[in-house]
Design a protein around this ligand. Structure first.
Ligand code: A3P
Length: 304
C-alpha cells in the first residue's frame, strides 16, 4: 500500500514497514544479493538514532590495531563514517546493486536500517553479529524533522511539524513504524544475547565507557591492560566525539552524493532537544503509543 509521506512524496509499505520507492529497490537488492559471512558485524539503527556516531566508534574500536588512534592519517580523519561502514542497502548505490564489499577485510563492518524480519536470509542464517542502537522517539523525531527539512530546502514544500508528527505517530516514517523496528531487535537481543547487542544513544552519551566495554565484550575485542593504562578508551571517545567529527574537513565541506553535504549528519548531538519543540500533548501522545506498543516488554526509552 502507499500513503502520502512527510517528505512531500508517497511512501510505500514493503514487508510490513514504510519506505521510499528508491529505498525499496536497495532493500530488495540487498535481500537478493548480499552474502553474509560469519565474521561480519552489522550495525543496525532507525534513521537519526546516532548511526554516524556509532559507525565511527565501531570502526575505530574494531580496527584499533590496524589503525592506531594516534595515526595522523587515521581513516576516520579523512573519510566520512558512512564510507568506512557502508549501508547494505542505500539510496542508492548506482544501479540498485549492493556495493562490492569484497575488498573489505575481516571482520567486515557494515550497516543497515532494515527491520529484523526483512534482513537478507544470509544474515539471519549466519553467525553475523548485530549491534543495534536506538534513541528515544522524541529526539529521533526532532532529528528527522531537521534532516528532512534540509533535504527539502530546495523544494520548499516541507510539512509542518504537526503534520510530520502525525505521520510519525501513525508509523509513517522511513523504516517505520519506529516502535516495531526497535521492539523486534530488542526481542532478538533478549533471545540471542550473543548475536544481538542492544544499545541506547542516551546511555552512550551518559556512560560511554560502560557502553564501549559492553561493545568490546560482545565483539570479543576487549581492551588489554596496556590499552587501559594508555587510556585508549578515552582517546577513542575523543576521536569520535561530536565536536571532533563535526569539525573535520571531510565532514564540513565534502559530500557523499552530489546533493547531500556531510555536515547534514551532524547537528547538535545532544539528549533532550525535543524540549525546544514538543508540546505537552505531543509528549503524552508518544508516551501513550510507547506504552501500548511495548506492553509486556521491559523496554523503556530514556529522555534525560
Ligand atoms: P541531532 O539531529 O539530534 O543533533 P544518524 O547518524 O543516525 O543520522 O543520526 C544523526 C544524529 O546523531 C544527529 O542528532 C547528530 O547530530 C547526532 N550525532 C552525529 N554525530 C554524533 C556524535 N559524534 N556524537 C553524538 N551524536 C552525534
Amino acid at each position: 500500500s502507499k500513503e502520502k509521506g512527510w517528505i512531500g512524496s508517497f511512501i510505500y509499505k514493503y514487508q510490513g514497514f514504510w519506505t521510499s520507492p528508491k529505498l525499496i529497490q536497495g532493500v530488495i537488492a540487498c535481500q537478493q544479493q548480499f552474502q553474509a559471512q560469519d565474521t561480519n558485524i552489522i550495525f543496525v539503527t532507525t534513521p537519526k538514532s546516532g548511526t554516524t556516531w556509532l559507525k565511527s566508534l565501531l570502526f575505530t574500536l574494531v580496527n584499533r590495531l590496524k589503525h592506531s588512534i594516534v595515526e595522523q592519517n587515521h581513516p576516520l580523519l579523512v573519510k566520512n563514517p558512512h564510507v568506512l561502514v557502508p549501508f547494505l542497502e542505500h539510496t542508492l548505490y548506482v544501479d540498485s546493486r549492493v556495493p562490492d564489499f569484497s575488498s573489505f577485510t575481516s571482520p567486515r563492518l557494515l550497516a543497515t536500517h532494515v527491520p529484523f524480519a526483512s534482513l537478507p536470509k544470509s544474515v539471519q542464517n549466519s553467525e553475523t553479529k548485530l549491534v543495534y542502537l536506538c534513541r528515544n522517539p522524541r529526539d529521533t523525531f526532532i532529528s528527522m524533522r531537521h534532516f528532512s527539512n534540509n533535504l527539502r530546502l530546495d523544494h520548499k514544500d516541507t510539512n509542518s511539524i504537526e503534520e510530520m508528527f502525525d505521520f510519525f505517530c501513525k508509523g509513517l516514517s522511513i523504516y517505520g513504524p519506529f516502535w516495531d523496528h526497535v521492539l523486534d531487535y530488542w526481542k532478538q537481543s533478549i533471545e540471542n544475547p550473543n548475536r544481538v547487542l542492544f544499545l541506547m544513544y542516551e546511555e552512550m552519551k551518559e556512560k560511554p565507557k560502560v557502553q564501549l566495554n559492553r561493545l568490546t565484550e560482545f565483539l570479543e575485542c576487549q581492551f588489554s591492560i596496556e590499552e587501559e593504562n594508555c587510556e585508549v578508551v578515552d582517546e577513542i571517545l575523543k576521536m569520535c566525539s561530536f565536536e571532533n567529527l563535526s569539525n573535520l574537513e571531510v565532514n564540513t565541506n565534502e559530500k557523499l552524493s552530489t546533493r547531500e553535504g556531510n555536515k547534514m549528519f551532524f547537528r547538535k548531538g545532544e539528549i533532550g532537544d525535543w524540549k525546544n519543540y514538543f508540546t505537552v500533548e505531543m509528549s503524552e501522545k508518544l508516551n501513550h503509543i510507547t506504552e501500548q506498543k511495548f506492553d509486556g516488554s521491559r523496554l523503556k526509552f530514556l529522555y534525560t
